[in-house]
Write a protein that binds this ligand. Structure first.
Ligand SMILES: C[S@@+](CC[C@H](N)C(=O)[O-])C[C@H]1O[C@@H](n2cnc3c(N)ncnc32)[C@H](O)[C@@H]1O
Length: 411
């Protein structure tokens, strides 16, 4: 949530005119402060919270992308992992007909939680999806990204052979869903100066899909996720369908670590106890000295040098190193292992990484979504996932598209 508001924003939120606020400023009834960079007059959120209209208006400003499906929509989820995207889609009302995943532990997670899901275990390249031709509304998949050579030519499907994007596109081509969604890291935007993404767009074009432009990177914090994670979302619409797809609208409310781990808007209870990794003693001694929201620069200089070693002299912020998260901020992006040196995210009060269930909460998995495998397998599956709430909001955007489709084409 925003921390400061301009005079006109504040006026709207508390139901007064800007003139009234200026008068109150002059008569010291409610003083605005100067924002140091812009020098605009602004109000702190706390100053406005004394007005009941403020919190009412804040609540109604939360946008909802919710759409009720007009019929049962079906999906195939590729590279399904522990099911973050599949569960999010399900929450939006889309049924997963088939899921594919190579990792045996992730497959067990999927089967444990949804025995009714048809989980195809194994390398995607060994599965033929032709039997689902024209039977499925949407194909989704977070294909791990491998480069392929673009070299300035218009790429065809065969040029990407051997990559997992090829497999994604092959399945889309076999199934011919109305819409397909590829999910990836932000880095794909600029990979090989944007040519890899351009190549993917041209391949989807060749197989009959127009990619929604510009391709957007969604920030999970804008979609009810207490984590600063970003995901590139590539949407292709089958070319015979003349309906606009719109990315889900971002929400104004930003959730933080407290919302993730304690009872509140996101969860009905505090986070349950669970297993969790520990820091080795030498790391614990160092992290003990870092305050909430702090990182390596908050350490005494001699300890900074000793802890960072060569990195100390290399420049750059390295804000993920020796980082302790604060209760009143979203978590930084979770990775596949919770105690890596570049990406430490220490608990705010205790000097330890987040437990498995805390990890799952930060990714907005419900507490009853069991993750199968050793502790490190569990962290990996959770760290790899699309946050469930982000998946749900993407799901609503697809439901809106499909509702429009079935209305327009009357089928
Ligand atoms: C980024 S994760 C997907 C996360 C998932 N969408 C979620 O929300 O939980 C990518 C997944 O692709 C799987 N994968 C990698 N290579 C594969 C292959 N050749 N065939 C099938 N799955 C594969 C990995 O095991 C991993 O679980």
């Amino acid at each position: 949530m925003k921390k400061t508001y301009t005079i006109s924003e504040a006026a709207e939120l508390i139901g007064k005119t800007p003139e009234t606020l200026r008068r109150w400023d002059k008569t010291n009834k409610l003083n605005a402060i100067r924002e140091p960079i812009s020098n605009y007059r602004v109000y702190h959120k706390e100053q406005l919270e004394i007005f009941p209209e403020f919190s009412e208006n804040q609540k109604s400003k939360q946008r909802s992308n919710k759409e009720i499906p007009v019929k049962d929509f079906s999906a195939i989820e590729l590279f399904a992992g522990a099911g973050g995207l599949a569960l999010g889609m399900e929450k939006a009302g889309i049924k997963c007909k088939v899921l594919n995943e190579i990792d045996k532990w992730a497959c067990q997670t999927l089967r444990k939680n949804r025995p009714e899901w048809n989980v195809l275990e194994g390398d995607i390249k060994n599965f033929d999806f032709n039997k689902y031709h024209n039977e499925i509304d949407i194909v989704t998949g977070g294909f791990p990204c491998q480069a392929f050579s673009y070299a300035g030519k218009k790429l065809g499907l065969d040029d990407a052979r051997g990559t997992l994007f090829y497999e994604f596109a092959r399945v889309v081509n076999e199934v011919k869903p109305k819409i397909c969604i590829g999910e990836n890291v932000r880095g794909l935007l600029n990979h090989d100066k944007g040519k890899t993404l351009e190549g993917m767009i041209s391949i989807l074009d060749e197989i009959g899909y127009k990619v929604v432009s510009p391709v957007q990177v969604l920030k999970a914090i804008n979609y009810k996720v207490p984590q600063k994670r970003e995901r590139l979302i590539l949407v292709g619409v089958r070319k015979d369908i003349n309906i606009e797809y719109k990315y889900p609208a971002p929400d104004d409310k930003i959730y933080n670590l407290e919302d993730a781990l304690k009872v509140g808007d996101l969860f009905d209870t505090d986070v349950p106890a669970s297993a969790g990794a520990k820091y080795p003693d030498h790391k614990k001694e160092v992290l003990k000295l870092v305050p909430p929201k702090g990182y390596w620069r908050d350490l005494p200089l001699d300890i900074q040098k000793k802890y960072m070693q060569k990195s100390f002299y290399l420049g750059g912020g390295k804000t993920g190193m020796a980082r302790r998260i604060g209760w009143d901020e979203p978590s930084l992006t979770l990775t596949c292992s919770p105690a890596q040196k570049q990406t430490e995210r220490c608990h705010p009060d205790e000097t330890r990484p987040f437990t498995v269930r805390e990890y799952a909460r930060i990714q907005t998995f419900p507490d009853d979504w069991e993750i199968v495998g050793s502790m490190s397998q569990q962290y990996k599956q959770i760290g790899n996932a699309v946050p469930v709430n982000l998946g749900k909001e993407i799901g609503y955007s697809v439901v809106k598209f499909l509702n429009d489709y079935y209305e327009k084409y009357n089928c």
